[in-house]
Design a protein around this ligand. Sequence first.
Ligand code: UD1
Ligand code: CA
Length: 456
Amino acid sequence: MTAPLHVIILAAGQGSRMKSSLPKVLHKVAGRSMLHHVMDTARTLGAEGIHGVIGHGADQVKAVTPATDVTWALQEQQLGTGHAVAQALPAVPDGAVVLVLYGDVPLINPETLVALVSRVNQQSLGLLTVDLANPDGYGRILRNEQGKVIAIVEQKDATESQKAICEVNTGILAVTSDHLKRWLPQLSNSNAQGEYYLTDIIAMAAGEGMTIEVAQPSHEQEVQGVNNRLQLSVLERWYQRCEAERLMTEGATLADPDRIDVRGNLTVGQDVLIDVNVVFEGEVTLGNNVSIGPNCLIRDARLADNVTVHANSVIEGADVAEQCQIGPFARLRPGTRLARTAKVGNFVETKKAEVGEGSKINHLSYVGDATLGRNVNVGAGTITCNYDGVNKFQTVLGDNVFVGSNTALVAPVSVAADAVIGAGSTITTDVAEKDLAVARGRQRNIKGWKRPEKKA
Ligand code: UD1
Ligand code: CA
């Protein structure tokens, strides 16, 4: 059916078991808040409307979720899931299909939801259930002799024999807005928890002769809710395992699929090698044959084909061309752009640095606000003094410049092509093409120098 889809995300609960000042739905899985995951999933379904029902920490939730496509509904008192859905309903048009999701069930798979929503029409309601070995705490699915779903009973209202049922309510369901608008005002709170249960609409639908169409998720973890940090960690690990499997399917070798973390979107080429304990954040693209050593953090970066990153390097906001070598222990900060075959070695920090083809900064240097031509050699211990305490200044090194070790380049300064800087220099004025600049104290050797002696 082609009715517009409206997704209602319930997120008003307190989440007291998180023991946190942060509202529960703002806790993160894979670097994104749980609510963010659910909203992104709703967007992939092509929802016409996304409605967030918030209560506890409402301002905080709204503030960190700057989504222009979300309509917020405030549920001042948490009187139950049925009451929560009712708060959002006025903003949902008639003739829509409503899908109810939960802000603390972050990893629900869009395909599962598509299957659920596709079964909804005026005569049928879609209900997502799952069979659990331990159904403790969940609402149980009641079926009649023909196997048709007729009601949901909450654990606290269930008889002993009902508690033995292992098919449980995930909470996720889809139904037309017309039916919801008719049913919700009829809910009562005369039950064990004194709440208006959304689940009571199942019995209403069945009573009207509607079909309850049941769908099940492919994996239990999809419908797992988070109430405490232990459950949060279980979902985090599940998510990371799925990511690791995807990467391997796409051509990456992982030294250990259990020791990689992807917090964002990682795209890999073929024959990528990722050693243990590598964390990827934001948008990262790795070309073919990229190799990443152990213990690296890579955030918002593009590494082109055949780039090698050695152990313990941190790369952020960088663009690295083919065949570059980075690390071990290198730190590339935002605005670093390495042209092909460039090398940035150990204990080197770069920031807003353009490094030309084949240039090398191999050891113990800081290169910031700088432009380096091709085949520049920056000696160990070279520092661009780019900051006077107030302003930042540029350093420019032309093609084939050779900078001797332990040089301070006091910006703004430029060294033209083919020039050489003597080791230990403090360079404060520009150097012309092919010149040698030496700026250091002259060495004085004193013949036959008598060392001080200890008194007897
Ligand atoms: C609910 C279901 C239960 C199901 C379980 C799955 C009902 C009555 N019961 O139980 O059948 O097995 O989920 O996890 O629906 N919320 C609000 N406002 C409220 C109450 C809840 O926004 O007034 C939100 C909560 O923040 C949470 C979600 O709705 O995200 C579920 O509420 P919760 O109280 O945890 O439901 P359960 O008792 O677990
Ligand atoms: Ca409850």
